[in-house]
Design a protein around this ligand. Structure first.
Ligand code: HEM
Ligand code: HEM
Length: 342
């Protein structure tokens, strides 16, 4: 029989550091890898790392009790503990009870916001309480502990998933990305969300022009009515928002390769009139659609009127709204920030 000896405090703290860093990275990775069924792997690893923190609670509780008895300022450490606990709770609520919202703020919004707030608090916590790894940490005993903790976290993840499914909780209906269906086939009930730095602009349809910039050719200027006349392609695609919802709609518009061809170098830049821009690999051109209509009606301002991008398989922040310019640019698509900064 293998007996797993409880880890010493230093190892518990280092394990918490690894789990927090791993959960933070895989959380953003889950947003970055797109809305494919395989994306589930990232969400599962993320959930196991996050639940691993809860597995360590009995040992961390001993450290906390000892730490609280010392004469030092405890407020930042206690604030950090509250942020981590509420953040974890919000993540589990989103994955099990569904897209609960209070005053327009969802459990997932709280989860991601608190994960970001936790970073400076963690740095503050760790700076004053440095825990050095030792070469003796690379032992059979540590490996057994890591396997035991990882295995318990994986079992906990399986137990949460099984309970969600047998109790028919809303979480059983979430997509590979963890998103919930809202407003499929009924665009007017689909949420209006944009990247937190962006806002719905006012657009004058009569003076609107879409600029199409191609290398070695003059810039094409298309009015709204010209775009509507060219909107001959219809595609049924799922918009999966990082805000935690998805909707399948029938989009009608102009395939991007009809305007730009399929460039053989650089990237395709799609720019909103708000300045928000995303760069795509050139070979994406045939899959991308500049939509002027959804569900048989013109787009609403909140959903990107007069024209928005449909980017199949990519998360919502790639579906640029209020598109003002499409162009072929020399910079490779992967050289942009993985998430919008403006
Ligand atoms: C889930 C993440 C964590 C939470 C919620 C947390 C919370 C706390 C709290 C509330 C205390 C007691 C209050 C105090 O000492 O002022 C404490 C103590 C401590 N923590 Fe953390 N901590 C976490 C992760 C870490 C990490 C990653 C490290 C270092 C790598 C660390 C190192 C320590 C040390 C050394 C003590 C003091 C123990 C003593 O003085 O005896 N903690 N932690
Ligand atoms: C260190 C910080 C983080 C921790 C400890 C953490 C932990 C967790 C946990 C325990 C769950 C529930 C998993 C389940 O029971 O299925 C979860 C879900 C989720 N988290 Fe995080 N998370 C962190 C940061 C992030 C970040 C930064 C993002 C995104 C940018 C993120 C996105 C998500 C998403 C989308 C879900 C739902 C996944 C699903 O439904 O399967 N998390 N997280």
């Amino acid at each position: 029989m293998v007996v797993v000896v409880p880890p010493p405090s230093r190892q518990t703290n280092l394990a918490l550091l690894l789990l927090l860093a791993g959960a933070f990275v895989t959380g953003w990775l889950a947003f970055g890898v797109g809305a494919w069924p395989e994306s589930r792997v990232v969400a599962v690893v993320h959930g196991i790392l996050g639940l691993g923190i809860l597995v360590l609670v009995p040992w961390k509780a001993v450290i906390v009790r000892r730490g609280l008895r010392r004469r030092r300022r405890h407020a930042p450490a206690v604030a950090f503990a509250v942020v981590v606990a509420v953040g974890l709770f919000a993540g589990i609520v989103h994955a099990t009870l569904g897209p609960l919202e209070v005053s327009g703020v969802s459990a997932l919004d709280v989860h991601v916001a608190l994960a970001v707030v936790a970073v400076p608090l963690l740095l503050l916590h760790v700076v004053g309480r440095r825990q050095r790894p030792r070469t003796t940490d690379l032992s059979r005993r540590t490996a057994l502990r890591a396997i035991a903790i990882g295995g318990t976290a994986a079992l906990a993840y399986g137990a949460v998933e099984a309970t969600t499914s047998t109790a028919h909780l809303p979480g059983a209906r979430r997509r590979a990305t963890g998103s919930y269906e809202v407003g499929s086939g009924a665009p007017s009930t689909m949420p209006v969300t944009q990247w937190f730095t962006d806002a719905v602009p006012r657009v004058d349809l009569a003076s609107f022009q879409l600029l199409v910039t191609r290398p070695g050719a003059s810039t094409l200027r298309l009015s709204h009515s010209e775009l509507l006349a060219m909107s001959g392609a219809t595609r049924s695609e799922v918009l999966d928002c990082t805000g935690g919802w998805w909707a399948e709609q029938t989009w009608r518009g102009v395939p991007l390769d009809a305007l730009l061809g399929t460039p053989d170098h650089g990237s395709i830049a799609v720019r909103s009139m708000t300045g928000y821009t995303r760069h795509f690999p050139p070979h994406d051109a045939p899959a991308l659609l500049l939509a002027t209509q959804v569900g048989g009606a013109p787009l609403s301002p909140g959903h990107g009127a007069p024209v928005r991008l449909v980017a199949p398989g990519r998360r919502g922040f790639w579906w640029v709204k209020w598109v003002e310019q499409v162009s072929v640019e020399p910079q490779p698509w992967w050289s942009q920030s993985p998430f919008p900064l403006q």
